[in-house]
Design a protein around this ligand. Structure first.
Ligand code: ATP
Ligand code: MG
Length: 451
């Protein structure tokens, strides 16, 4: 018994004492059996959404049309979904209509994979009509029922297949795999938000490289992320073989020279996205396009692509120059100001953590940098020493500047303030009000322009 399931037992009890059936189902049962941490506890019940809402005092009508109500109890949220079948699917997407049913078996039949179609009753007994337990033991991912039909009903299931196979380090059953290869192009009918959410889970999971290799080998990557596909497809090797039980199944491997697996050592999801785009030689614009295509927020898009832009600068300019050079330091200061302190920090962090991926292959003379931190350490030091990195931190503001210089405002003011930020950041003047005003007056004199 898992602690989270134990805590949820009163929810099952309430439903049962009102005369309905209720079971744990889906990911929480699967993860409990595999001894993994639970993300959320999903419950299936013969009670209809309205009946569920009558029983519990605190509910949220999350998806009434699909039979889902969220119950709040003891500070936890539980999704309770009415037993249902999915009748008509619309254009390879989620069902347009669902039909509530009274049989648990019928509900399990509409679920995607055998390992996700196991229910657990209140007393711990399992309801497993599709052999999910055995597949879990043999580490095989398999569709419930006919794979072709299941992927045609909802094409997102193909991406989920890949995600689960990677995360649980499973093989994919041969017929599920062949269906996956056949129907990849149906993904174009799926809302990109859903693909994006699955992609985050893949990259944020414990085996991002495995997920990428599966995505590449199956052809799914070509349908969603063409630019990455170009780089990764060559790296994926699939093997069709018989397992111990004599079942045909497929596994995926990376060649030994592929170092991408190291991205799993990065803690933050967006650092992983940045590292992936860096390693696959995407430009900042290509990165922004990729991130936008998955409907992630503008904030994430600009941050991830800024990291890539910093990286590409370091790769060309910094790698080519004598790193302690004063001129390079000035250029680096500009990059840090343009792309932001956070992006610069993230980029150096990634390069430092994944030396094998990002440092130039070290020839004889450079071996002292092989520990990773060495070569670009001055960039990190300069970043740490950056006195300020934004207009907000400047010791004077626009109004004070106008008054001190006695000129009418204009575009020159913004340019001047930005130059002051750069001057402070590059240690040419200290961030002190009077010094800045004097510095500004002198530089206006030199340039003499009021345009
Ligand atoms: P995780 O929470 O780790 O992502 P999960 O299996 O719990 O995995 P959810 O998206 O939370 O995934 O879905 C809960 C359950 O609902 C699944 O285990 C599966 O039984 C069913 N399910 C989810 N999405 C689909 C789908 N597209 N087609 C069929 N069944 C699905
Ligand atoms: Mg879940």
């Amino acid at each position: 018994w898992n602690e989270a399931l134990y805590k949820a037992l009163p929810v099952l009890d309430s439903l049962e004492s009102s005369g309905y059936e209720a079971v744990f189902v889906g990911g929480c049962v699967r993860d409990t059996i595999m001894g993994r941490q639970l993300k959320d506890v999903d419950i299936a019940s013969s009670a209809t959404p309205h009946q569920v809402m009558e029983i519990f005092p605190h509910t949220i009508a999350t998806g009434l049309k699909h039979g889902t109500v969220t119950v709040m109890q003891d500070g936890e949220a539980y999704e309770i979904t009415t037993y249902r079948t999915e009748s008509s699917y619309e254009q390879f997407r989620r069902p347009a209509q669902v039909e509530f049913v009274t049989s648990l078996e019928a509900d399990l039949e509409r679920r995607d994979f055998t390992i996700n179609a196991i229910a657990m009753r209140r007393d711990g007994t399992l309801v497993d009509p599709y052999g999910g337990l055995l597949d879990m033991e043999r580490r095989i991912l398999r569709c419930v029922g006919d794979s072709d039909a299941r992927f045609q009903e909802d094409a997102l299931r193909m991406v989920r297949a890949v995600r689960f196979a990677a995360e649980f380090r499973m093989d994919i059953a041969a017929d599920t795999w062949h269906a996956l290869r056949r129907h990849g192009k149906l993904l174009s009918h799926v809302a990109m938000e859903r693909v994006g959410a699955e992609s985050d889970k893949m990259l944020g999971g414990s085996n991002p490289l495995g997920a990428l290799l599966w995505m590449a080998a199956s052809g799914l990557l070509a349908h969603t992320k063409q630019k990455l596909s170009d780089k990764l497809t060559a790296a994926a090797e699939v093997k069709l073989s018989d397992n111990d039980a004599g079942e045909r199944c497929v596994s995926v491997m990376a060649p030994s020279h592929c170092k991408l697996g190291a991205i799993s050592s990065l803690e933050h999801l967006d650092d992983r996205w940045s590292a992936l785009c860096m390693a696959c030689s995407l430009t900042a614009d290509e990165t922004a396009e990729l991130i936008a295509s998955m409907c992630y927020s503008n904030g994430r898009r600009s941050q991830i692509s800024a990291v890539v832009r910093v990286y590409r600068w370091i790769q060309t300019e910094a790698a080519a120059s004598v790193i302690e050079d004063g001129q390079l330091r000035l250029q680096w200061t500009r990059v840090m100001l343009d792309e932001g302190r956070q992006a610069s920090q993230a980029c150096l962090h990634i390069m430092d953590r994944l030396p094998a991926l990002f440092l130039p292959a070290s020839g004889g003379t450079e071996t002292r940098h092989a520990d990773g931190g060495g070569k670009f350490a001055p960039l990190q030091r300069w970043l740490d020493e950056l006195p300020i990195s934004s207009l907000r931190e400047l010791a004077v503001d626009g109004a004070e500047m106008l008054q001190a210089l006695g000129r009418p405002g204009g575009p020159w003011l913004g340019r001047l303030l930005n130059e002051l930020v750069f001057a402070v950041a590059s240690h040419q003047v200290s961030n002190d009000r009077d010094r800045l005003l004097a510095y500004a007056a002198a530089s206006m004199e030199v340039s003499g322009s009021v345009n």
